[in-house]
Structure formats: C-alpha cells, structure tokens
Design a binder for this molecule. Structure first.
Ligand SMILES: [Zn+2]
Length: 485
C-alpha cells in the first residue's frame, strides 16, 4: 500500500487541482517547518564533481516565464519510474543533484499537480514540501550559497495528466505524459511538460545528466532518452535502464512504455542504435528505421561526427521529435525525410541547444534546411526549388505568427520558425558560396558541443568565423514583420 499523504499536502493539492491559476486568488505558499533530524549533525558538503558535465547557466524564459527556475542548476536526475498499464498509474522516485545558481533557501521545481507526493528529502532528511499549481517548493534545512549543492529526492505516484499548452498548433495543444489504448504511455514535450511525469527545472537553459530506470510488466518495454544500458527481469516485471552522459534539456527527454520489439543496428563508426517498434507496425516501420545509419552517414559528411555515443528511434503514437539519442516518431511522421530532420537536430538543438524559447529558429531553421537538402539529394527537387516554394508563404507566416525571432506566444512551433530562417540560411549560402557555407554549418555545432546558445552568440560567431558581417541580414530575417527583400 502507498503511504498516505500528509494532511497539509492533501489540502494544498485539492485547492491546486480544482482551480485555474488566477494570480489574485493564489493561496499563500505555506512553507512549513522542517522535520527535525533525530541527531543534530553538520550538513556534509555535497560533492558535485561527478556531475560537472551537467552544469548550466540557467536563465528565465522571455516567452514562457512560468516554467523553469533560474535560481537552481540541476546537474543530474536519477529517475526510477514504474508504469502499470492496467491501473494506468506511474510511480516515481526522482533524485536530483542540484547546484545553487544564486543564494537559495528553497528549491522550486516544476511538477504536475496530478501526481501525489509521498515523501520529500533533502540530503537524506525528510522535509515538508508545498504544492501550488504545477510547482513543488522544497524548503532547505540550511540556505545554500551560490555554487553549493544539495540532493533532493521526491517519491510520488498517480495518473499523470498532460498540460494544455495553449498553442494554436493542434498536435502540440497538449504536452507531456499521454496514455493510449491498452495502457501504453508516452511523454513528449516541447516547449515544456516534462513536469507532467517528473519534478524538473523545466527549461532548456538548465541541461542535466540523466539515469533513468523504467519498470514495466514482463513483455513490455520502457524507453527513454540516452544510451540503453540493458534490462533485468524479476518476477513479473522488467526494468530498462538508460543513461545520458551528455547534458539533456528537459524538452528533449522521452518516456515510452509499450509492448515494443527491440532491434539493434550500428551507425557510422560503430555507434550502437536501437529501434523500438510495436509488433504490428514492424513490417511498415522497421524499413524506415533501418535508414538511420545511412542518414547519419550523410549528416556526418556534412556536419562532422554525430555528437552522442548512441542513437535510437522509438515509435510513439504521435509527434516527430528530436528527443536526445532516441528520436520519437508517430505513424504519420515515419518517413526518411523526418528521420533526417530529427537526426539533424542532434547537431542543431540537442548538442547546441537554444538557451531560451525566443531562439527556436536556431533549432528549426537548420533542421529544416538539412531536411530539404537531404530530400534534394535523395528524393526529388532541388534546394533552390524548395526555397522558392517556401518563400511564397513567408509573408503570410510572419503576419499570422509574428516574425521568427519574436513569434507570438500562442504560435509556438508554427512554420515561421522553420521556413523563414531556412530561407535566411540559403541567403547566407548564396553570399558565402557552397564550400564556406558547409564549413560554417559544420563548425557551429562542433565548436559548441554540449552548450546552450542564443542569437547574439550566433551572430558574433558567424561574423568571426566567416570574416563577413551578417548582423543586419540575420536581424532583418528574424525580426521583420514583412519578407525582407
Ligand atoms: Zn524540428
């Protein structure tokens, strides 16, 4: 049986679960006292060196400021998740190694209100956390100076609910954890929504390392981002383990539980690849998945080494998403050109991640451009024809959604952040010539592996790299409300 909730928390939960966020009626957060430890003890310093690669410089988001917390830098998530398809419930223990990015007395995380918290600890001592809407606030026994670390654990259970993204784009109107027929489940979330299945600093500027273990009934598989570490079966259940040794942004995490069949493959330079496909979809989907090594080789020729130690494809029920080291494709997206798009993101988006959602063009402009170039090289048409074609939509896209560098808040992921920056890249290619253009697209991800970047950094870099001044061209293409001439 699960632990009963602390009474205070159930009250806060009921309030937060049944009322829409209205600033005027927000209940005061009740930071309660800490359960005293049985023995007075000096808090030992938390050693952060093991997770140094998960260090980030978090910032607040200019477009979606409700998510993420720039005061903390999560270095590592250790997630032990259990999915029960029959009961449709998720159980989880999340152990977060956190660095204070500035002096803090509490750790505020994004965490979905649908999930019930069973226990929270800070450096091993139980504390009472508070819930408000989709926030979980954990009081620290002692405040931390900037740079100091703490380990918080959150145990929880419940039936996860996706979050209404308030986006006009239909396929991303709901984000996060989804449950399908037979209890299969998957979670995808851009720009936010990882908090629907684990407590998280849900912002791309705070990338972190991950260890994920997913326990499912025997015969089922649990798939996540990162490199597959194998599975163990005990009694009636199997546990699948995943590890990310390169930092991952929360929107690039993935969860999938289904009766998948797993297939192994090898990419360029022997990179291990796994495909996870439902048995009934294998005849149709496996041949598409098996194109991955060839597509990776094509991308490597243009962009240099694939920046991660493994790759994969999981067949989810919808979406096409560049989830890190494990792209997620729904049946409608199971196409080689989409595989090329999501793999191109591993250079543009995954290893070099936009620091805030203002710079989504930095992801999609490049991925779109490489998708079109892949299509031109392997299927039909020329890049000039594609660019001429999408140029016809540019004016209307800017009018409807805003310019690509400053899109409307409800216009996340509209075609303006794909097409217009792709045209901009083509303009840069025409000015540089092919040789210098491809050298530039190769150098940007290779020189900025495992970092977050923004427009100012890209403009400064491209000007230095090419010895030309593209400042005006880029700013005009990203900011103009009409198509630049
Ligand atoms: Zn994309």
């Amino acid at each position: 049986m699960r632990r009963p909730l602390l009474s205070l928390m159930s009250v806060v939960l009921v309030v937060s679960a049944c009322s829409a966020p209205q600033p005027a009626q927000k209940p005061k957060p009740t930071i309660t006292s800490i359960t005293p430890s049985p023995v007075e003890r000096e808090r030992p310093a938390v050693d952060l060196s093991a997770y140094e690669a998960g260090r980030s410089r978090p910032v607040a988001d200019p477009v979606y400021p409700a998510y993420g917390n720039p005061s903390i830098d999560v270095l590592h998530y250790d997630l032990a998740l259990g999915w029960k398809p029959g009961a449709r419930t998720l159980t989880g223990t999340a152990k977060l190694t956190v660095r204070a990015a500035r002096p803090i007395s509490q750790v505020k995380l994004d965490f979905g209100r649908a999930l019930k918290v069973d226990e929270v600890t800070v450096d091993g001592a139980r504390v009472k956390a508070t819930r408000r809407y989709d926030d979980l606030t954990i009081p620290l026994p002692e405040p931390l100076e900037a740079g100091q670390g703490t380990v918080v654990t959150v145990s929880y259970h419940g039936r996860p609910k996706p979050v209404d993204s308030k986006q006009r784009r239909k396929d991303i109107s709901m984000l996060g954890f989804r449950i399908g027929g037979g209890g299969r489940a998957w979670a995808l979330q851009e720009p936010f929504g990882a908090f629907t299945w684990f407590p998280v600093n849900d912002h791309p500027s705070d990338e972190a390392l991950y260890d994920v273990a997913i326990t499912v009934p025997k015969g089922w598989s649990g798939v996540a981002h990162g490199t597959y570490q194998g599975r163990t079966t005990e009694g009636g259940s199997s546990t699948f383990k995943w590890r990310s040794t390169d930092p991952v942004a929360s929107y690039l995490t993935v969860f999938a539980a289904d009766k998948f069949k797993m297939f192994k493959d090898k990419g360029p330079r022997g990179i291990p690849i796994t495909y996870w496909i439902r048995p009934q979809d294998v005849p149709e989907q496996l041949p598409v998945a098996r194109r991955m090594p060839e597509i990776m080789r094509w991308l490597e020729k243009k962009l240099g080494p694939y920046p991660f130690p493994s790759a994969g494809l999981v067949a989810t029920s919808d979406s096409g998403m560049e989830t890190q080291q494990m792209i997620a494709l729904g049946p409608r997206y199971m196409e080689p050109s989409v595989v090329a798009h999501e793999l191109a993101h591993h250079w543009f988006g995954d290893t070099v991640t936009p620091r805030t959602w203002r710079d989504m063009w930095l992801n999609e402009g490049f991925a779109m451009y490489f998708e079109m170039q892949w299509y031109a090289d392997h299927e039909d048409g020329t890049i000039d024809e594609f660019i001429a074609n999408i140029r016809r939509y540019d004016a209307a896209l800017r009018r409807e959604n805003g310019p690509p560098g400053d899109y409307r808040r409800d216009a996340f992921g509209q075609s303006n952040v794909y097409y217009s920056p792709a045209i901009m890249l083509h303009e840069i290619r025409e000015r540089l010539g092919d040789r210098k253009f491809w050298a530039m697209t190769r150098a940007w991800p290779q020189e900025h592996r495992n970092t977050t970047q923004d427009r100012a950094a890209f403009v400064k870099w491209i000007n230095e790299h090419t010895g030309r001044n593209f400042t005006k061209l880029i700013n005009t293409w990203l900011d103009s409300t009409t198509t630049p001439r």
